[in-house]
Design a protein around this ligand. Structure first.
Ligand SMILES: C[S@@+](CC[C@H](N)C(=O)[O-])C[C@H]1O[C@@H](n2cnc3c(N)ncnc32)[C@H](O)[C@@H]1O
Length: 446
């Protein structure tokens, strides 16, 4: 049994739903044993090799780092060693400072020059009685001292770069994937160590692989066709693909392909893809993106992008597809929350469109195939209005797939309300600050 710690994307619940679907679909015998709003800890029965871990990192849209857990402390130890308000306990500090895991990360350091970094992932951002900044600094200093005592020629640690622009109150105590790459921190004897906190434990993990943010940035900036209003973020595209159960070699359909971001991500993951869009400009743009990707990857990609109305999909897509992933049109852009009637009218029209398209998809989707899609959630002045699932599945031949299966989640009864996972969820919100039309992700199966 091996435990892995995974650093999650900003939508922690969606990241966990994606992770569990991935684990299940790949036949890994694993469960979620612990989590926070920043990280998940999974326990896997079989041995995962380095390639499988790298594949998992590069497939998951909601994962930034994966590390094998090498030590666990009861939470009381860091709580007493680095309390936010009270005086520190000398015994607990001594216990932390022993760092018995050091020998696992650095079995031989004599005469070596070591660069490292500790990245701390608190349980929630704020409101936990540990001084995480002092903890991180203290552990970095201690590791440096012990490495020198163990015979390292030099030991230098990297302490933290820019704050997180998305979550301003997030403490600046973890290294960005790009800093890890830039400083070759994953090349031995260098190492990044993850300190992952949950309500009951502190997990120490050695990072195996991190998200390649530089490659993604290069692709985002270099692809010829992108539209700020239309394009879906590549990370959400990956999450949709994983929720749809698409695997390398599968044929994936995006019936609202727009600029082709889902198609590009699918192709990068080794899938064959079919894209459809009603707008000729989008189709041309998506084709030019795929051509660009072919050149960039230096290989021929298997794709077909068609102009057409997806309400008539089965009349022009004749192939059976294995999985479907898409972000459809989500209705008009509201500058301010609309009245309830207006929102309900929009939802009614979109439900009609989605229903027609789902009926068509059901004709060409393989039995047991899944569809992952986003739906709009419109904020009115008083409440949020969205699609009724029973309306969406009526006579479509598909039914709702429940995410976050309870048999893959080992959860405690007394868990903090901010960390509760309700198993078997039918939708997961994906909110964007300040927008009237929010999104939720749902999965359907044939
Ligand atoms: C939100 S965008 C998709 C964004 C896409 N995932 C991307 O990354 O660029 C929705 C797309 O659906 C297309 N669309 C709208 N109605 C359609 C229909 N009936 N059939 C096919 N495509 C349609 C629009 O032209 C638009 O490009």
């Amino acid at each position: 049994m091996t435990k892995f710690a995974l650093v999650l994307g900003s939508n922690w619940l969606l990241s966990i739903a994606e992770l569990l679907t991935y684990i299940q679909d790949r036949g890994f015998d694993g469960v979620l044993v612990d989590h926070s709003r920043n990280a998940a800890v999974i326990e896997v029965r079989q041995q995962l090799d380095a390639d499988q871990i790298i594949d998992m990192q590069s497939a998951l849209g909601g994962c930034f780092k994966i590390g094998r857990v090498i030590w666990e402390y009861d939470i009381d130890i860091p709580l007493k060693a680095y309390p936010a308000k009270k005086a520190a306990s000398k015994d607990s500090l001594k216990e932390i400072n022993k760092c018995p895991w050091l020998k696992i990360v650095w079995p031989k350091v004599k005469g070596k020059k070591v660069r490292f970094g500790i990245s701390t992932y608190p349980i929630v951002d704020g409101g936990f009685p540990i001084n995480f900044r002092r903890f991180t600094r203290g552990l970095n200093d201690q590791v440096k001292k012990l490495l020198i005592e163990n015979g390292a020629r030099r030991a230098d640690y990297y302490a933290y770069d820019e704050p997180d622009r998305r979550v301003r109150d997030r403490l600046n105590i973890a290294l960005w994937p790009k800093s890890i790459a830039r400083n070759a921190l994953l090349t031995p004897p260098n190492a990044e160590v993850l300190a992952v906190f949950s309500e009951t434990k502190l997990y120490i993990a050695r990072t195996n692989v991190v998200y390649d943010s530089m490659l993604q940035q290069y692709r985002d900036e270099s692809r010829p066709f992108v539209s700020a209003e239309i394009s879906t973020s590549p990370k959400i595209c990956r999450t949709l693909l994983n929720l749809s159960g698409a695997r390398p070699g599968d044929i994936v359909l995006d019936p609202f392909c727009g600029t082709g971001t889902i198609l590009m991500e699918a192709a990068i993951l080794g899938m064959r893809c079919i894209g459809v869009d009603i707008d000729g400009d989008q189709v041309q743009g998506a084709r030019s993106n795929m051509k660009w990707l072919e050149k960039d990857l230096g290989e021929k990609l298997d794709y077909n992008i068609l102009i057409g109305d997806s309400r008539e999909l089965s009349s022009f897509v004749k192939k059976q597809v294995d999985a479907v992933a898409f972000e459809p049109i989500l209705g008009p852009i509201f500058k301010k929350p609309p009245k309830r009637d207006e929102a309900e009218e929009t939802i009614k029209e979109l439900t009609m469109l989605y229903l027609q398209v789902l009926k068509q998809i059901s004709k060409i989707l393989r039995p047991d195939g899944r569809i992952a899609m986003t739906i709009p959630v419109i904020r009115t002045e008083k409440e949020s209005i969205s699609i009724k699932f029973s309306d969406l599945t009526r006579d479509t031949g598909v039914s709702l797939y429940k995410m976050l299966p309870s048999d893959l989640i080992v959860s405690r009864k007394d868990i903090d309300a901010r960390l509760k996972i309700r198993p078997g969820r039918e939708s997961i919100p994906e909110r964007k600050r300040g927008q009237v039309v929010q999104r939720a992700l749902i999965v359907l199966e044939k």
